[in-house]
Design a protein around this ligand. Structure first.
Ligand code: SF4
Ligand code: SF4
Length: 222
């Protein structure tokens, strides 16, 4: 999932201050799962803003709406009438959602209510960890399903740096050494030979370093 967190309320207040009619638009998929932008977070943020602006003596009408996904036009259109009634949209979607909403409603300012952080998982309740940086050429088969690009602090592709202590990364003692995890996993799978082969430097053109990327599925184009 895409993991995000809500921006500080003061930053949000500053962004929405020029408007008297505001739609807070939630997204019911990834950002709901990480407690940043689902229906509940929309309601809590709307109440907080109403109270805060009331205290400041500023009048603002805030409408609340959550759609299933902000990155698919089919769902975005469900918000069309709400968008039309308001002067601005505060999106609680990820960065892709904010941009897709802006693309569909070109004349309405769309403001980001979240900071989009990474592609990750919920490792345990309340703990979200980064698992993939979207490099565009997945090599997880070599590494027992553990990504050294994302999870090794030095992004090493050919084995550990040698600095880990008791399975903990020398760069960040709050994380496990990715290479310790890779080696343990490859041992379990009987695939330790994977790391004896030299992995050449990665071609980063398939990553975002090569510029904005596209995925074209001819079989789905109408
Ligand atoms: S190798 Fe690339 S695509 Fe695969 S998990 Fe790592 S960053 Fe993501
Ligand atoms: S200790 Fe492990 S995770 Fe940390 S930089 Fe070295 S190899 Fe990578």
């Amino acid at each position: 999932m895409i993991v995000a967190e809500q921006k500080p309320i003061d930053e949000i207040k500053k962004m929405v201050a020029p408007y008297q009619k505001l739609l807070i638009l939630g997204c019911g998929t990834c950002v709901k799962t990480c407690f940043a932008g689902g229906e509940d977070e929309v309601a809590v943020l709307a109440s907080a803003l109403r109270l805060s602006f009331k205290k400041d003596g500023k009048k603002i009408e805030i409408e609340e709406k959550t759609i299933e996904r902000q990155c698919e036009n089919e769902f975005i259109q469900e918000a069309a009438s709400c968008v039309a009634r308001n002067q601005a949209v505060l999106s609680l979607g990820c960065g892709a959602g904010v941009q897709d909403i802006a693309r569909q409603f070109a004349k309405v300012p769309v403001l980001p209510g979240l900071n989009t952080t990474f592609i990750g998982v919920q490792e345990r309740p309340g703990l979200f960890t980064e698992e993939c940086v979207g490099c565009g050429n997945c090599e997880l088969a070599l590494y027992g399903g553990i990504c050294p690009i994302t999870r090794c602090s030095k992004k090493l592709l050919n084995g550990p740096c040698g600095g880990s202590q008791n399975g903990i990364c020398e760069v960040d003692p709050s994380v496990e050494c990715a290479w310790q995890l890779i080696i343990d996993r490859l041992k379990t799978l009987g695939q330790l030979d994977n790391i004896r082969a030299y992995i050449p430097p990665k071609d980063w053109r398939s990553s975002n370093s090569g510029g904005p990327r596209k995925l074209v599925r001819e079989d789905h184009i109408i």
